[in-house]
Design a protein around this ligand. Structure first.
Ligand code: FES
Ligand code: FES
Length: 153
C-alpha cells in the first residue's frame, strides 16, 4: 500500500492504493467518481474513459500507481454548462449511463486536438466507444454542434 496523489476534477486527493489497483476502481471507490463506468473491463468498450493530463485513458487497464501526480477529469466533474454536454442534450444524443460519459470525454479530447473535425475524423476518434445500440448518429451530430460552439474544457 502506498499513497497516491491525484487531482481529480480540480480537487486534490491523497489516497492509499495497492500496487495492483486499477485507476477505475480507485476513482470509483476511493475518490467517489461513479460516472467512471466499468463495461467490458478489458479495454474494448470505452465506458471507463477518463482524461489524464488531457489524454483519454481506459481506466480499466490503467494501474493507479502509474498515475501519481496526474490531473484527471471525469464526466461528473464537467461544469453544469459544459458545451459538449449541452450539445449532446440538444441533439438528443442520449444513451445509457455506461456509454455517455466516455463519449463525452472523448469528444472533449477530440475538440482539444482538432476544434473543427469533419465526419470522418469524428468517427475515427469515437471508434473505441463501441456502443451503437442507441443514438450514434445523434452523438456524431452533437460533436459537430459542440465544435461549432467552440467547446473547451
Ligand atoms: S471498461 Fe474499460 S474499455 Fe471497457
Ligand atoms: S450499452 Fe449503453 S446505450 Fe448501448
Amino acid at each position: 500500500m502506498r499513497m497516491l496523489n491525484l487531482t481529480v476534477n480540480g480537487r486534490v486527493h491523497d489516497v492509499p492504493v495497492d500496487d495492483n489497483e486499477l485507476l477505475l476502481d480507485v476513482l470509483r471507490t476511493k475518490v467517489g467518481c461513479t460516472s467512471v463506468r466499468e463495461g467490458c473491463g478489458v479495454g474494448a468498450c470505452g465506458a471507463c474513459t477518463v482524461l489524464v493530463d488531457g489524454r483519454s485513458v481506459s481506466s480499466c487497464l490503467a494501474l493507479a500507481v502509474r498515475h501519481d501526480g496526474a490531473e484527471i477529469v471525469t464526466a461528473d466533474g464537467l461544469p453544469g454548462d459544459d458545451a459538449v454536454v449541452e450539445a449532446f442534450v440538444e441533439c438528443g444524443a442520449m444513451q445509457c449511463g455506461y456509454c455517455i460519459p466516455g463519449f463525452v470525454l472523448m469528444t472533449h479530447e477530440l475538440l482539444a486536438e482538432n476544434p473543427q473535425p469533419d465526419a470522418e475524423q469524428i468517427a475515427a476518434h469515437l471508434e473505441g466507444n463501441i456502443c451503437r445500440c442507441g443514438t450514434y448518429p445523434e452523438i456524431c451530430a452533437a460533436v459537430t454542434s459542440a465544435a461549432a460552439r467552440g467547446a473547451r474544457l
